[in-house]
Design a protein around this ligand. Structure first.
Ligand code: 5GP
Length: 194
């Protein structure tokens, strides 16, 4: 997606060979115009999947997810990150190891909001090792619902998450694919469909 790549090029900060900082338009300050376009782009890419729900994880996935939900006219659910759980009867849970925080989080979603028969589109900001996406997919599958696709804003293609999700049979759509973060510069990979 041209607009997102331009934004990454002009405002993204390469923190290391593995981490890109995008605090000025995704992770801290947010760009509503960009988010609106992202929502429209995901809606177009997944228009034939009969999506009934969008699932993301707090907090940075919420903005693109809500714009996609608006464009597809479906509800948006965000999984919560919790340390300990006392009440487990009405929750689906999965353990996710956080790439950036280097700690494990228990993520949860109420069984009220994802149910059998739902076609769920998972949205997240970054894809690195695929832990967040796999945790979200697990929540969907615990509900006997279907993961109809995974939409990612920024895929770091040099990390194993993307290949892993595809090998597991999930449909993955990434709006910007990064081949390398070298010498302070972002090198983009080609779009997967082209
Ligand atoms: P994964 O679970 O695929 O290993 O990592 C994805 C999660 O880690 C995303 O939800 C995102 O919050 C965070 N993340 C991974 N890599 C980066 C990065 O390079 N920059 C930022 N800002 N977040 C990242």
């Amino acid at each position: 997606m041209k607009l997102l790549k331009e934004k990454i090029e002009s405002e993204g900060i390469v923190l290391s060979e593995n981490v890109l900082k995008v605090d000025s338009f995704i992770n801290h300050q947010m760009d509503p115009v960009l988010m609106k376009e992202i929502g429209l782009e995901f809606a177009e890419r997944f228009k034939d999947e009969a999506i009934t729900k969008i699932l993301t994880i707090e907090s940075s996935g919420i903005a693109p997810a809500i714009m996609t939900g608006l464009a597809l006219n479906v509800p948006v659910i965000f999984a919560r990150k919790r340390k300990s759980l006392t009440l487990t009867t009405d929750l689906y849970t999965a353990t996710v190891y956080s790439f950036t925080k280097q700690e494990s989080n228990e993520i949860t979603v109420s069984n009220k909001y994802i149910t059998k028969g739902d076609n769920v589109l998972i949205i997240d900001d970054f894809l690195a090792n695929g832990q967040a996406a796999l945790g979200l997919a697990s929540l969907v599958e615990q509900a006997s619902a279907k993961v109809s696709g995974i939409g990612i804003l920024i895929e770091k293609s040099f990390q194993p998450g993307a290949d892993d999700l595809i090998a597991k049979g999930y449909r993955l759509e990434s709006l910007a694919r990064i081949e390398a973060l070298k010498e302070g510069k972002v090198q983009f990979a080609k779009d997967r469909q082209l």
